[in-house]
Design a protein around this ligand. Sequence first.
Ligand code: TYD
Ligand code: MG
Length: 486
Amino acid sequence: MAPLPPPDPHLTVIPVPVSTTGHDGRVSPSTATSARRSPKPRTTFRCSACGAGAAVWAGRCSACGEWNTLAEERVGVALDPVGAPAEPAQRIADVGANDAVPLATGIGELDRVLGGGLVPGSVTLLGGEPGIGKSTLLLQTVAAMAERGHDALYVTAEESAAQVRGRAERLGALAERLWLAADTTLPDVVAHLDAVAPRVVVVDSIQTVHDPELGSAPGAVGQVRECAQRLVVEARARGAAVVLVGHVTKDGGLAGPRVLEHLVDTVLSCEGDRHHARRLLRAAKHRCGGTGELGVFEMSDTGLVGVDDPSALFLADRRAGEAGSVVVPVLDGGRPLLVEVQALLAPTTIPTPRRQGQGIENGRLGMLLAVLAQRVGVSVADQDVWVTVAGGVRASEPAVDLGVALAVVSAVTGVPVPGDLVACGEVGLAGELRQVGRLDRRLAEAARLGFRRVLVPTTAPTPPEGCLALRARGLREAITAAGLDR
Ligand code: TYD
Ligand code: MG
């Protein structure tokens, strides 16, 4: 090492505390060297609710009083002096269009949800409960992409390399260009990016990767956010498509950091009942495309298999001729799906009867029961009511209103709705039936699956060939048309 120059006698030697306020640049060479040798960034804590800073961690923010909101963050980077920006602002019309073309993954249902594939330089977060199949899906994805000629890196921070290899064998994912690394620290992950220079990277999971420079434990909010932030920077700089696995807590949020959702470009969620094979994949946020599409998979012995005809799958277990069951064509994202809405009533044993919706909102269910009582005279005041949308589909749109109402009436009267009938329409507070969006696509899906009658509002378009439209102005007419008023 070259000898250090002698200190300048005119310089005042000051210690260099690494602080947010920065320093004035007058540093003795020896002090500067030692600062460089031991880069010890200071960390402070910031409340994720009110933004107040704190020097030490506390369970409760002293500024706003919220509990468990203090997250560690790194400080000590001196602000650059104001000067010319590295990239001057441009007139918006002069800015080149984003020419990042999505890389098709080769997993059809995933490409459908992503609108073509993973975009180079973007970061995708895949959330889901433990055991739902995140690792399986992503291992299949990187293997498929490696088969298509892209170098792919799978970083496992949860399982050992041998475990992942074993799974890859079962999945047929031992692709030539697929690289595997078992590491848990951020610098190691970045080193692997340098060594492999992959086009697609999976980090499984972001909650188990940590940066040793930060004091907090792996999985702490500050850790997760800092690591994700760094991986976003790396993805942009390298033009690699990065996918992060994120665990989801029981209430559906990503464990700890909702902040991650702001950092990344795309948020995917994998849902389904662990005890059943069906898995639904949705985009909750997608900067590079729409969030409308739904991907449907089934877990098999050889991993996740795309389902081409989900309507048929959702209706496979239906028992036609049961009272309390109605088939509804819903749109999940842009995809028409036929789902079965079921209602069950039971005499209540408590003062306030239960109104429990699964797959539909309880508030909506309560409203429909009130309309039935007030406008049609069908009262279930002394009954507990359960309504479920079979197949784990969330039918949050008003188009299911008519199906829900008819299912309840059918459960009340014990008369089944005809097996070849689907119902679709929004119910207003006056009991009137209202038009819903994209009815043409819904009716086409019903016709494709062999349904012969569609119960719809009067304004509905003509159904496809072979399908008879039963038009109703209101709930009362719809109940008659469905033959439930016997
Ligand atoms: P996994 O991908 O490990 O879930 P996550 O990463 O979301 O925690 O999936 C685990 C479950 O999937 C496990 O219960 C076994 C099942 N599975 C299959 O049924 N078939 C398969 O081919 C594989 C690899 C897993
Ligand atoms: Mg996993």
